[in-house]
Design a protein around this ligand. Structure first.
Ligand SMILES: [Zn+2]
Length: 149
């Protein structure tokens, strides 16, 4: 491998992006050629400078107020139950996964309709039994005829 080929491949060599055969060839050349070894050391030094500079700048960023700024917005964005149901139905997941939820919702809806439309079973007032028992006072007539609901 020539110096020109080695110098062209050094950045890829440093990042570990060469094929094993090329990695081996660049490494062999760099250990035997002083100028190419110096170029490799220069890349290493540059990488260290960039890395330490980035780390220093990241450490300088003040993140102390970040969570206190985010948290109130999270609390303000609580979804209502209806928005959650709508989000569930707008979910692009396959229809089969939604089928059980649809069946449950349909069953609940049918039950509600059945309860609301069923004739009310009003127990017939048992006046004669109450009247026959002298220990039990019969309630006033307006209580007896009041709608139980
Ligand atoms: Zn060389």
């Amino acid at each position: 491998m020539t110096c020109r080929e080695t110098l062209n491949l050094l950045p890829l060599f440093f990042d570990g992006e060469l094929e094993p055969r090329q990695m081996r060839a660049v490494a062999m050349h760099s250990t035997r050629c002083a100028p190419c070894e110096a170029a490799l050391r220069e890349i290493e030094r540059l990488q260290e400078v960039v890395s330490s500079t980035l780390n220093t700048r990241v450490d300088e960023i003040d993140l102390s107020g970040l969570w206190t700024a985010i948290e109130p917005r999270l609390r303000a964005r609580q979804l209502s139950w209806w928005e959650r149901v709508r989000a569930h139905w707008q979910d692009p997941s396959p229809w089969e996964l939604r089928l059980p939820a649809f069946a449950a919702a349909a069953a609940i809806a049918l039950r509600c309709v059945a309860v609301l439309t069923a004739p009310r079973a009003e127990p017939a007032p048992e006046r004669h039994e109450v009247a026959e028992d002298p220990r039990v006072e019969a309630p006033p007539p307006e209580v007896m005829h009041r709608d139980p609901l």
